[in-house]
Design a protein. Structure first.
Length: 135
C-alpha cells in the first residue's frame, strides 16, 4: 500500500519536501520488489505448456504431472466409460447420476483409459464423472 509521512511544516515548505521524499522512497522500494520478483525462479514457457496445456475443456492438467478430468456421459449397466484422455496412472473416479432418479452407481475395474460402471437396478442414465490421476 501507500504511506504518507508528514512533518510539521515551516516557512520554506518543509512538509512538502518530507512528504515527497518519503513517497519517492516507497516508489523505489516497490520498484526494487518488482525487480526481485522478476529475477525469481520461474519455469520456461515450454515447461509451462507441457504442464498445463490441453485442447480439451474436460481435461485440467496441473503441475507435477497431475490431471483431473470432468465430463458427462450417458451409460448403462456394465458399460465401459472412456476418459477424454488416457491417464498415466489413475487415483480416483467419482460418478454421480445427474438424472432425477434414485440410482446407486459406482465405478469398478479402473483402467488408465476408462472404467466400467455398475448401476444398481440397471437402466441407462446420465452421469457426471470426475477422475483424478497423472498424465
Amino acid at each position: 500500500g501507500e504511506a504518507w509521512y508528514q512533518t510539521h511544516g515551516n516557512d520554506d515548505n518543509g512538509t512538502h519536501i518530507a512528504t515527497t521524499a518519503f513517497a519517492h522512497n516507497v516508489a523505489n522500494q516497490k520498484a526494487s520488489d518488482v525487480q526481485g520478483w522478476a529475477g525469481g525462479q520461474f519455469v520456461s514457457n515450454s515447461t509451462y505448456q507441457n504442464d498445463f496445456y490441453t485442447s480439451d475443456g474436460r481435461v485440467f492438467n496441473s503441475a507435477w504431472g497431475a490431471r483431473i478430468q470432468a465430463f458427462q456421459v450417458r451409460a448403462g449397466e456394465r458399460d465401459f466409460i472412456t476418459f477424454p484422455q488416457t491417464f498415466g496412472t489413475i487415483q480416483s473416479v467419482m460418478v454421480q447420476c445427474i438424472d432425477d432418479a434414485d440410482t446407486n452407481c459406482h465405478p469398478f475395474s479402473l483402467q488408465t483409459n476408462g472404467f466400467t460402471i455398475h448401476i444398481n437396478g440397471g437402466g441407462t442414465w446420465n452421469f457426471s464423472v470426475i477422475a483424478f490421476g497423472t498424465k
